[in-house]
Design a protein around this ligand. Structure first.
Ligand code: AR6
Length: 341
């Protein structure tokens, strides 16, 4: 009898708990173009019910059992819960104070139309359909509320510096727990986890090539990072994905050559899988990469009338010598996007 009452009380509390999650506040991101705000933090979960013997009621599913913000939560339970949660509930777990929705990210087609960009000669055909499926954005990738963000990880997948460190901090401790079950990742390959407390639903971890000490640039490995990540997205029906500039940080890949390999790879992949994606975002962090992508995108994704067949298969060399990290000009451009948390 007592247990029956406690059980009814528990059910009522769980219901009340869900109800309390409430609708999104009016200032949350929507189509009004303003950057999203996280809804107020969830209140603490209801206290655990105790049986007369003092043991935990086994049917108790208070939020401590699935809450992705708690380090003690079972990652599998949290992952499943997040997959079944609606948008409003997922937002209540974000660690970031702001987030960026897809409709706030301009397409390359609109971006190019709004800027006074020069269209270089290129053998690639102009395609508005393709140009609406890619974006250039200078942003902290951990803020993007899309299906998947790509992590430039190391082969242990256990976290590190750079974008990897930022992603682990923003996702919370369960990301590391899930990563520890994946048996690492080889360079050029990719593996997927939940996004936990990130605005992105999933993280695709890829391991880029290390450049230091090599005579030839390992462009095939870098190409494979992007292709395997895109394939993983398709296999899991993830239609919006953002890439950082894999390998161009700690792993030392020259920024300019990386941008060319990336844009060529994504152009070809997207041509072959045009219906599988809504958006592929080149999410750059440094101004140097923003300038390089802005300069090279028109070659691979032409927007203007003056694109020609049978002209150079490589883009013109950059006006700024930004590929060499020791270059003084490059150093002036190594400014990350401000952290606007
Ligand atoms: N959002 C978007 N891009 C970022 C962010 C961010 N929050 N933070 C850095 N970047 P790196 P790698 C950019 O070094 O070269 C880690 O320790 C950064 O400006 O993160 O592939 C791993 O564990 C650069 O353009 O990755 C590995 O050990 C890009 O992300 C190793 O670094 C990649 O820089 C991987 O080195």
């Amino acid at each position: 009898m007592l247990i029956g009452r406690q059980f009814a009380c528990l059910l009522a509390r769980i219901r009340g708990w869900k109800w309390r999650a409430g609708p999104m506040p009016a200032n949350a991101a929507g189509s009004n173009g303003s950057r999203g705000q996280r809804p107020p933090a969830r209140a603490l979960p209801p206290p655990l019910l105790l049986l007369s013997g003092g043991s935990r009621l086994s049917t108790d599913m208070s939020s401590t059992d699935f809450n992705p913000t708690y380090p003690t939560t079972d990652w599998k339970v949290a992952k499943k819960h997040l997959e079944e949660s609606d948008h409003t509930e997922r937002r209540s777990y974000y660690k970031a104070a702001r987030f960026v929705t897809l409709d706030e990210i301009q397409t390359w087609k609109d971006f190019a139309a709004g800027e006074n960009l020069k269209q270089p000669r290129t053998h690639y055909k102009k395609s508005d359909v393709l140009n609406e499926k890619v974006s250039l954005l200078q942003e902290d990738i951990t803020k993007l509320e899309i299906d998947a963000i790509v992590n430039a990880a190391n082969s242990s997948l256990m976290g590190g510096g750079g974008v990897d460190g930022c992603i682990h901090v923003a996702a919370g401790p369960l990301l590391r727990k899930e990563c520890s079950t994946l048996a690492g990742c080889s360079p050029g390959d990719a593996k997927m986890t939940s996004g936990y407390c990130l605005p992105a639903k999933y993280v695709i971890h890829t391991v880029g090539p290390i450049v230091q000490g090599r005579e030839r640039l390992p462009d095939k490995v870098l190409q494979s990072c992007y292709e395997t990540s895109l394939k993983l997205a398709i296999d899991n029906n993830l239609r919006t994905i953002a890439f950082p500039c894999v390998s161009t940080g700690i792993y030392g890949y020259p920024n300019g050559q990386a941008a060319e390999t990336v844009l060529k790879t994504v152009r070809h992949y997207l041509e072959e899988h045009i219906n599988s994606f809504d958006r592929i975002v080149f999410c750059v962090f440094l101004k140097v990469d923003y300038m390089l992508y802005k300069e090279k995108l028109p070659f691979y994704f032409p927007f203007g009338k003056s694109s020609f067949a049978a002209v150079p298969s490589e883009p013109p060399s950059p006006k700024l010598k930004t590929v060499d990290k020791d270059d003084k000009q490059t150093k002036n451009l190594q400014k990350p996007v401000g952290n606007q948390d």
